[in-house]
Ligand binder design. Structure first.
Ligand code: GLN
Ligand code: ZN
Length: 756
């Protein structure tokens, strides 16, 4: 009996972001296609070799992409937006990048988030008369390359139903499912090509099984997989990100030879799958977490898999929960990381090794991997017992939190009057979202400070110069509520994480976000504590430069949580509440320092929503509670703002209202204030600042354009509750356009004041 092992995919950016740099050099015109191909070849070979070295049964191919795996699937299907005028059966690399990034003639394909991850894929564009033209050359040559290394190649593709579900129709009106028969044919052609290449197993990813799917989409699985089965490849129907046990009966009847389930996110489903698995199928259990960076408890996982092994024998596969795309590549370069904490982590490379060790233990007994298991046990023991992870002080404090602490002293209707009396602002008060242009000078200053070339005092002084500049600019523009400009922050999460206990930062823990863009989420490993004020000094200094109100600027608990790797040894809710307490302390220190307008940004609140609707209420309850805990400890006269962008709100408006921020600023300009209508219909009770201009573009909108938007806003929200601001922070813009746009914005507000 042999239990098999595999991963669902490996990061492609390279251990030191080699692909990123190669892509950007190619785009700049500094290198040619063959240089780029060489880098890709090196990365792929290394990734395959890692799997071979760990003795994984299958080596995954087809997970590499120059830009995005969804775009690869579109290329494989010959499903290319016609508007580009390319020959769909022969797309060059340069054309691939035109599709992804746009060119002089055409905007890029739309990009959106991959399920509830921070990865973004390119949305396929469908036309009614599409003729799929299958091209599998790239993946076939990778299959050959894996074999040349001595590996058993298992190609991975995105499944037809997930592809179709995520695709969008452009400028036409028809039912996507009408395309299913031809699409299925195209997929059958792909499988035929695999079959002709003697491929045994094909991993077909159908993560939409984790969503709330309408019945006719579920029914479509029966037809599609019935048809694909006739080709004769063995299909591993792959699900991830959620419990899919609701579909056991249907999937068990499908003519597929294997099923993969996410056993890290949804371990509760494992037993049901094991118990009901038909004799003609294998079950791949994804027990190594592909969404986080913690070292696995190998002994515990081996123990957990024993009953699956007893029932399934060699029909058991061991795998990662999802693709490792969502983790950094390797711990190898984390030499500066605290060794104690480093020992608790596993990135993609280390996770591959873990799969190898666990599978070997299952096949040959724990004795075959004694020293690996001893090391794993020791790391678990150390992490569980480390004094650095838990703080009694934080825990006791959290235990004594009362509901009163999350409730403002008086209701909005009363306290807003006190705030108005105190702040004395005009109608349509103007403000900005926080950051001002991050000039090269500012970036260089921060980098030099980080490298230790500039001492703390020098640095502070020079940051102050930038703050002073920002304040002067805003006074000249006659803005009503000022900000200090965030020159000292390169990132809204990193800045706070660096000042809090319980956070660590990796040197090289990059995760692909889209194309060549990567993020380096900080790691929350322990109880969160704020040893000292983080923003009081800069904010107080900024306030000292002006008689106008200076808005303090903080990142909210949910955004801190969402944009970090979080600990897996306590519920997310607890971590969020700990973060909330730390921010609450900062809010109160700002208030004590005389700051009476404080903004707590929560742009990531919406993206934290679970994939399944039934789980929304629970998440929203604690997310809102965390925000309220962070913000409600202030006097009536202190005005709390929050800011959210990239969001639809209409389906969560009761929760947004429950946050009870005095003012919420949102991104709306690109939707022509459409988003705002929902707030109006809902009778959203507090003040709102709908963004009146898009900060993603260097275009400077006219006074008229902004006045027009404000007039639209007045149709749905009473004028006395409207604020005037851009869509989001201005850090990516230049000063010239910022000055011009803000001056138009202030003029528009002044025009509106005369009108009402
Ligand atoms: N205060 C932040 C800024 O202005 C907000 C950023 C965001 O919403 N993403 O940059
Ligand atoms: Zn924003």
């Amino acid at each position: 009996m042999t239990i098999s092992s595999h991963i669902l995919g490996f990061p492609r950016i390279g251990a030191q972001r080699e692909l990123k740099f190669a892509l950007e050099s190619f785009w700049r015109g500094d290198s040619d296609v063959s240089a780029l191909q060489n880098v890709a070849h090196t990365i792929k070979t290394k990734n395959w070799q890692t799997q071979i070295d760990a003795h994984l049964t299958h080596v995954t191919v087809g997970d590499f992409a120059f830009y995005d795996q969804m775009l690869n699937q579109s290329l494989m299907l010959g499903c290319i937006p016609k508007r580009f005028g390319f020959d769909a059966s022969h797309i060059t690399l340069a054309q691939t990048f035109d599709l992804a990034r746009g060119n002089a003639a055409q905007p890029a394909m739309e990009m959106t988030k991959w399920f509830d991850t921070n990865y973004h894929y390119l949305v396929p564009e469908l036309a009614q008369d599409i003729q799929f033209k299958v091209n599998v050359d790239a993946i076939l040559s990778d299959i050959d390359a894996v074999r040349a290394l001595g590996g058993e190649a298992k190609p991975v593709i995105i499944g037809p139903l997930t592809y179709l579900w995520l695709a969008k129709i452009h400028g036409q009106n028809f039912n996507k499912l009408d395309l299913l028969p031809t699409l299925t044919q195209a997929y059958a052609d792909i499988l035929k090509a695999f079959k002709a290449r003697q491929v045994t197993w094909v991993q077909i990813d159908e993560p939409i099984l984790s969503l709330d799917l309408p019945g006719f989409w579920l029914n479509a699985f029966d037809t599609v997989y019935g048809e694909l089965n006739t080709v004769g490849c063995k299909v591993l129907l792959t699900t991830y990100f959620e419990d899919v046990s609701a579909h056991i009966a249907r999937i068990n009847k499908l003519p597929v030879q294997g099923v993969h389930i996410d056993g890290a996110r949804a371990p509760q489903q494992i037993a049901a799958w094991v118990d009901h698995l038909p004799a003609d199928k294998v079950l791949s259990i994804g027990i190594i977490d592909g969404r986080n960076i913690w070292r696995a408890d190998a002994s515990a996982l081996i123990g957990q898999l024993q009953s699956a092994k007893a029932s399934l024998g060699d029909r058991l596969w061991v795998g990662t929960s999802c693709s490792l795309l969502h983790t950094p590549v390797s711990l190898e370069f984390e030499s500066k990381l605290d060794p104690e904490i480093r020992n608790w982590l596993a990135f993609a490379t280390e996770k591959v090794t873990e799969i190898g060790v666990i599978t070997r233990a299952l096949n040959e007994g724990n004795g075959a991997v004694t020293s690996e298991l001893a090391q794993s046990d020791a790391a678990q023991y150390a992490r569980r017992n480390s004094k650095r992870v838990t703080s009694d002080f934080v825990r006791n404090r959290l235990a004594s939190v009362t509901t009163a602490m999350s409730t403002r002293v008086t209701p909005f209707a009363q306290r807003i009057k006190k705030q108005q009396a105190h702040l004395n602002l005009p109608l349509f008060p103007t403000t900005s979202i926080g950051s001002f242009p991050q000039t090269t000078e500012i970036r260089q200053l921060r980098a030099a400070h980080k490298r230790g070339e500039i001492g703390a005092l020098d640095y502070l002084e020079r940051i102050r110069e930038h703050i002073k500049l920002a304040v002067e600019e805003q006074e000249k523009l006659d803005i009503d509520v000022l900000v200090h400009g965030e020159a000292e922050r390169n990132d809204m999460v990193e800045f706070f994480g660096e000042h809090l206990w319980g956070y660590v930062f990796t040197a090289n823990g990059w995760v692909q976000s889209y194309g060549s863009r990567c993020v380096k989420p900080p790691v929350i490993y322990g109880d969160i504590y704020r040893p000292e004020p983080m923003t009081v000094d800069t904010t107080r200094y900024a306030q000292s430069l002006t008689n106008k109100p200076m808005k303090g600027m903080l990142t909210g608990p949910i955004t801190m949580l969402q944009w970090s790797f979080v600990r897996d040894d306590q519920p997310r809710e607890l971590t969020a509440l700990q973060l909330a307490l730390a921010i609450r302390d900062e809010v109160q220190d700002l208030e004590t320092a005389g700051i009476t307008v404080i903004q707590i940004d929560e742009p990531a609140l919406r993206e934290g929503l679970p994939l399944k609707r039934r789980d929304w209420a629970v998440y929203l309850e604690w997310a809102v509670r965390a925000f309220r805990l962070s913000s409600a400890g202030v006097a009536d006269t202190t005005q709390i703002h929050t800011h959210m962008c990239y969001s639809e709100f209409n389906d969560i408006l009761p929760n947004i209202a429950a946050m009870d921020a005095d003012v919420i600023t949102i991104e709306t300009s690109r939707s022509n204030m459409k988003l705002l209508k929902g707030f109006g219909d809902f009778n959203y009770p507090n003040d709102i600042g709908p963004g009146v201009y898009d900060i993603h573009s260097p275009r400077v909108p006219s006074v008229d354009a902004m006045t027009f938007l404000l007039e639209r806003a007045c149709e749905v929200i009473p004028a006395e509750r409207l604020w005037v601001n851009p869509d989001c922070g201005l850090k990516t813009r230049g000063w010239e356009e910022t000055r011009a746009a803000l001056s138009h914005m202030v003029s528009a507000a002044k025009i509106m004041r005369k009108k009402v």
